[in-house]
Design a protein around this ligand. Structure first.
Ligand SMILES: CC(C)(COP(=O)(O)OP(=O)(O)OC[C@H]1O[C@@H](n2cnc3c(N)ncnc32)[C@H](O)[C@@H]1OP(=O)(O)O)[C@@H](O)C(=O)NCCC(=O)NCCS
Length: 130
């Protein structure tokens, strides 16, 4: 985690058999979906009526995730642009079969853009401004 990553994850979830791939480990797309959701929760704090995902930078899976692991998605807002919010999402897994053991699964940089109800981009609100 980086120094500004909060102690509480945006999302914390136990992986289930429905989340597996053909090898029996957790499907990477499930983790990507949670990364997107976790980052969006962080990005919603900046006043836009909606946020949409515009990019997800390289995601390297460093460790597999297994059924029963509890996976935490931590977020760190790293950049505020005019209409965009960049969020680093850090993914950690607590091993079901190794209580107390936690591994870094991956991290990702996700960029969101604030949009209005018609999906036109809108300026975001910076902390301390009305
Ligand atoms: C997001 C969207 C509204 C942006 O519209 P646009 O006219 O292309 O916007 P711009 O090129 O002016 O970029 C808007 C902001 O996004 C940033 N951005 C655009 N493409 C980017 C990329 N590939 N990586 C990082 N940031 C990017 C720009 O730097 C800009 O940031 P700023 O305003 O803070 O300076 C439009 O591309 C869109 O609707 N995309 C689909 C989003 C979506 O549906 N996501 C879910 C997919 S299932």
């Amino acid at each position: 985690m980086t120094s500004s990553t909060p102690a509480m994850p945006a999302i914390r979830v136990a992986m289930m058999p429905k989340d597996t791939n053909a090898h029996g480990t957790i499907f990477g797309g499930v983790i990507l979906s949670y990364i997107d959701q976790a980052g969006a929760i962080a990005a919603r704090a900046f006043g836009a009526p909606k946020v949409v995902t515009v990019s997800m930078k390289e995601v390297q899976f460093r460790q597999p995730v297994y059924v029963g692991d509890i996976v935490s998605f931590y977020t760190d807002v790293t950049r505020l642009g005019t209409t965009s919010i960049t969020v680093k999402v850090i993914v950690q897994a607590e091993r079901y079969r190794e209580p107390g053991s936690s591994v870094l699964v991956t991290d990702a940089e996700v960029v969101y853009v604030g949009v209005d109800e018609q999906f036109n981009k809108v300026p975001i609100r910076r902390p301390g401004t009305a």
